[in-house]
Design a protein around this ligand. Structure first.
Ligand SMILES: Nc1ncnc2c1ncn2[C@@H]1O[C@H](COP(=O)(O)OP(=O)(O)OP(=O)(O)O)[C@@H](O)[C@H]1O
Ligand SMILES: [Mg+2]
Length: 335
């Protein structure tokens, strides 16, 4: 083997080219399997590289499950779907101590949370006790059963869906708990051309099976990307912009009297941290060592929309959180 030739090949070392190349392949692959949803898929990758959890919102049949399965397979992780139901118990998620009569001892049997990517489907169908078991696992990345604590996998990401259609007999997550999610991502319907490609893709899959990835990305690769993304530079001016934006959600009237009384609760410091982290990952994913206001603006809706509580009057007037964020984007100056 010619060492020099290897070193001159950008893919042969761990330089930025090598990671960019692999990341593009991963991105290309998941976009080839889930068509016309590149915005959604990019957000999944941002959350993965920012080590956060995602609340997914979208009508049924928009390939949310397929996206999680495909991503998990492409990064050599395991995934698990948990359907939340009214009769689910916290131990159905966490696992529990099971008595082994032969040995006369209890042994912990891991629940479905002990996997890498967790698709928690329709979390609003399970009562608060179960939801908080999930939220605790998300925050602490460990599970306590009885006297013992068990560590969850190093790569642990929850993607939770709420059923947006039926509200009857459900337990919507308390607004305060939504803060635990790094992003609240909305999945939209594909356009006509994409929908045509979905047909072709699914027909092809039915006949020939799915296309396997022709690259190797593992959890170790993901950890490497996470570490690299953390090094993305944020200037003092950009930091000010992030801070001003979050403060604007708390005191929107600073940016115009017409905004006063729109927001009952603004974003928390968790929101500030999330905005900074996601903007840096966004910059990293486009191959830049510096984050810019464009990176903040690209993620701000997904990072903040679930952290705002609008006033009753604003809600009644049909004002949406996205509209409020749009308005703040126009008014908060880029420093
Ligand atoms: N954008 C897309 N690209 C490729 N396949 C798609 C796309 N959208 C939907 N499909 C196909 O539609 C079917 C439904 O997808 P999936 O089960 O992942 O949806 P879902 O969003 O999880 O739905 P639900 O909310 O009911 O669980 C799958 O067979 C999937 O292959
Ligand atoms: Mg599904």
């Amino acid at each position: 083997m010619n060492i020099h030739q290897n070193l001159s090949d950008p893919r042969a070392n761990d330089g930025p080219n090598a990671s960019g190349d692999q990341l593009e392949r991963l991105r290309g692959y998941i976009n080839s399997q889930i068509v016309g949803q590149s915005a959604f898929l990019d957000k999944l990758l941002i959350a993965l590289l920012a080590d956060g959890h995602v609340l997914l919102e979208g009508a049924p049949g928009l390939a949310k499950t397929k996206a999680v399965n495909t991503l998990a397979a492409a990064i050599h992780c395991d995934d698990r779907r948990i359907q939340f139901t009214p009769d689910l118990l916290p131990t159905d998620l966490t696992g529990t101590d099971v008595f082994r009569p032969g040995e006369g001892t209890f042994e912990f049997v891991e629940g479905p949370l002990f996997h890498n990517l967790i698709l928690a489907d329709e979390i609003n169908r399970a009562p608060a006790k179960v939801q908080s078991a999930l939220l605790e696992a998300m925050a602490e990345r460990q599970i306590t059963v009885g006297q013992s604590t068990y560590k969850l996998p190093d790569l642990f990401m929850v993607l939770a869906t709420q059923n947006p259609i039926e509200q009857e007999g459900t337990y919507p997550l308390p607004e305060a708990q939504l803060d635990r999610f790094l992003m609240h991502v909305k999945v939209d319907y594909p356009d006509l051309e994409a929908e045509r490609q979905i047909l072709a893709l699914v027909r092809g899959e039915a006949m020939h099976g799915r296309t396997e990835p022709d690259f190797t990305v593992t959890p170790a690769t993901i950890f490497g990307w996470r570490a690299a993304a953390l090094k993305t530079h944020v200037s003092k001016a950009l930091e000010d912009y992030i801070l001003q934006f979050v403060f604007a959600t708390r005191k929107p009237e600073t940016y115009g009297n017409d905004l006063s009384g729109l927001i009952a609760f603004g974003a928390s410091p968790r929101g500030t941290i999330a905005l900074d982290r996601c903007a840096r990952v966004h910059a990293f994913m486009r191959g830049s060592e510096f984050a810019t206001p464009v990176d903040v603006q690209a993620v701000v809706h997904d990072v903040l929309r679930h952290r705002l509580i609008l006033n009753f009057e604003a809600e009644a007037d049909g004002v949406t959180k996205d509209q409020v964020i749009d308005e703040l984007l126009k008014r908060v100056p880029v420093s």
